[in-house]
Design a protein around this ligand. Structure first.
Ligand SMILES: *Cc1c(COP(=O)(O)O)cnc(C)c1O
Length: 393
């Protein structure tokens, strides 16, 4: 089940793609199996992770926060310390290297908040590849700093003015470009979404997070954590952290989604908690859609969680009850962000602030002998102006 050749996780996943993309997807699939698993690739990938990304990232005992809640011992896996301040670079490096070894000279990517765009722009600069990033017009206005960063890194940013002018429209445009330019171009997707093999490949590249964390916690605590928790947008940081623990049946996996203004309003992005099954961007998974199967608007204070779909492997983990998914609101996330900043001297991004918010319920309910491992997917610098607008000090 965990390494599906046909790309299905139970009933989820697959490759629901137009005929025009089938050559590109097949070529990618074959090359990922051949080049991606080769020793040469693995050696180059490991050295980029070490020297360019700065891995391994640390495992950090959040003692003050643990004492504050008075229950379980809380550890953070510090992806905020990775190059550019988030986990996205792990996947960008893996796919960028694969593209280069496949002989592709041009990289296409989509971005919402701009974090994946910046990570992709950076690895393209490093590997000498041309890069085009599609970004919704709305997002370009909201995230001007990241647009500038991408340009500084030598990337062309293309504004997308169709649909809601946000991430899902940028993905549509990126796929359109790929169909037209498949000979020289590689589509570098930013999360565990899209048609097979993307969800598998992105999970493999991100699972360095969980592999390191598992080794580190075994070293310091001599046992596995009782809970592993992470925020879920598309689901890549959570899948990367969860995956090495999936076979450890005593380890509880919890994904925290964006409850926005409340899961009983229409303004949230809690895809697994509130969504229904459908097909989007080439994969069968839970979605936020109306009764006619049209994707509806989502909301989250955190741009990185504001996506109407979710990786198909999460849908499988949910329905098989291997993982549990919950949602917290914008307000809860902000409060947890402030608490973590105050107690630990770490300003987290708004996305992992959602996972941090769930600690308030989870940590005090557990004994002091219990361990929680939390994926701190990124740092808060990118969110400071949003935080300022929503929280006066
Ligand atoms: C993009 C992003 C996320 C959400 O994406 P996933 O694929 O769900 O991991 C979470 N945290 C940070 C810091 C991000 O930049």
């Amino acid at each position: 089940m965990n390494n599906p050749k046909n790309g299905f996780y139970g009933e989820f996943g697959g490759k629901f793609i137009p005929e025009t993309l089938s050559y590109a997807i097949e070529e990618l699939n074959e090359n990922y199996e051949k080049i991606g698993k080769s020793e040469d690739f693995q050696n180059q990938f490991q050295s980029l992770l070490k020297e360019f990304v700065g891995r391994p990232t640390s495992l950090y005992y959040a003692k003050n926060l643990s004492d504050h809640f008075g229950g379980a011992k809380i550890y953070f896996k510090r992806e905020d310390l990775a190059h550019l301040g988030a986990h996205k670079i792990n996947n960008a490096v893996g796919q960028g290297l694969l593209a280069k070894l496949m002989g592709k000279k041009r990289i296409i990517a989509e971005t919402g908040a701009g974090q994946h765009g910046v990570a992709t722009a950076a690895i393209c600069a490093k590997l000498g590849l041309n890069c085009v990033v599609y970004m919704g017009e709305e997002d370009i206005q909201r995230q001007s700093l990241n647009v500038y960063r991408m340009k500084l890194l030598g990337t062309e940013v293309v504004s997308v003015s169709s649909g809601s002018k946000t991430l899902k429209d940028a993905i549509n445009e990126a796929m359109r470009d790929w169909v037209t330019n498949v000979n020289n171009s590689y589509y570098l997707i930013g999360s565990v979404i899209g048609p097979h093999p993307y969800p598998l490949m992105v999970r493999d590249f991100q699972s360095v997070i969980g592999t390191e964390a598992r080794e580190e916690i075994l070293k310091v605590e001599k046992k596995l954590p009782n809970y592993v928790i992470a925020c879920v947008g598309g689901g890549s940081n959570a899948m990367g952290l969860f995956y090495p623990f999936v076979e450890d049946k005593d380890v509880n996996l919890v994904g925290v989604e964006a409850g926005g203004k409340g899961v009983d309003t229409n303004e949230h992005s809690a895809t697994l908690v509130k969504g229904s099954i459908g097909v989007l961007h080439g994969t069968k998974t839970y979605l936020i859609q109306d009764d006619d199967g049209q994707i509806t608007e989502t909301h989250s204070i955190s741009a990185g969680l504001d996506y109407p779909g979710v990786g198909p492997e999460h849908s499988y983990l949910k329905d098989s009850e291997r993982a549990n998914y919950v949602a917290v609101t914008d307000q809860q996330a902000l409060k947890a962000l402030a608490l973590t900043s105050n107690l630990e001297g770490i300003i987290p991004a708004l996305e992992p602030a959602h996972a941090l918010a769930y600690l308030e319920e989870l940590a005090p309910s557990l004994g002091k002998d219990q361990i929680i491992l939390l994926g701190l997917s990124g740092r808060g610098d990118k969110d400071i102006s949003t935080i300022m607008q929503n929280m006066s000090l």
